[in-house]
Design a protein around this ligand. Structure first.
Ligand code: PEP
Length: 250
């Protein structure tokens, strides 16, 4: 039995005061839940706040990106070891907003994936097709190419220490969710592709669904055989909504 995981992706939202209220609400709501794992990925400046408010509890924290270099003259970049310094467990890699808005490629995402593993962080590696790609019937090719970027570099053993998030780009922040069957089909495809390299790693791999998950649709998505939890954007910014999704993963 794989353990479910629910991760909030705060994106570029929050301020010290609103984060405090949000984290207090999440901590209080999730404190008694034991059946799954929970985390929030916050903007870099708030890692210290997340660390001080979450340490010792059952909500882990992480970042939304990193630089693949250990250190150096990379103005504005954040090294993996810096995330470790702030107690991060997770780091999101290759989110479609990074790919679409910040020119991230399969090559750079794979380099970041390897760097996260070297630092002892758990990468949450995002894959997913655009609407045009889905309508053109190439969802599996797109997802396979994205996944192969890490499979060819880090191998199945690398994926054994990672989480994969299937996030159809057309469902992110749009209010349009993939149906449970649509999501399940791609999750099963991802697991089967990893199984071609290592069936044990594939069976144990945690594959999250992301894309307009709400309290109202989380249970039916999480009930699918190959959906092991969610990566939650908008709904992770409202404590009661995020807690309700965490409950759905019980
Ligand atoms: C995300 O940012 O990863 C995401 C899934 O966003 P939303 O839940 O808002 O669609």
């Amino acid at each position: 039995m794989r353990r479910k995981l629910v991760v909030g992706n705060w994106k570029m939202y929050g301020r010290l005061a609103s984060n405090k209220a949000l984290l207090e609400g999440v901590v209080a709501g999730v404190r008694e839940l034991k059946g799954a794992d929970y985390a929030v990925c916050v903007p870099y400046p708030y890692l210290a706040q997340a660390q001080s408010m979450l340490q010792g509890g059952n909500v882990a924290w992480g970042a939304q990106n990193l630089n693949q270099h250990e250190e150096g003259a990379y103005t504005g970049a954040v090294a993996p070891g810096m995330l470790v310094d702030f107690g991060c467990r997770y780091v999101i890699i290759g989110h479609s907003e990074r790919r679409g808005l910040f020119q991230e490629t399969n090559v750079s995402a794979s380099a970041k994936f390897d760097a996260a593993l070297r630092a002892g962080l758990t990468p949450i590696f995002c894959v997913g097709e655009t609407l045009a790609e889905r309508e053109a019937g190439v969802t599996e090719q797109v997802v396979a190419t994205q996944l192969d970027a890490v499979l060819n570099s880090a191998g199945a053993q690398g994926l054994a220490k990672a989480v994969v998030a299937y996030e159809p780009v057309w469902a992110i922040g749009t209010g349009k969710t993939a149906s449970p069957d649509q999501a399940q089909a791609v999750h099963a495809f991802i697991r089967q592709r990893v199984a071609q390299q290592d069936s044990h790693v594939a069976q144990a791999l945690c594959i999250l669904y992301g894309g307009s998950v709400k309290a109202a649709n989380a249970s039916e998505l999480f009930a699918m055989q190959d959906i092991d939890g969610g990566l939650i954007g908008g709904a992770s910014l409202v404590a009661n909504d995020f807690v309700a999704i965490c409950r759905a993963a019980q």
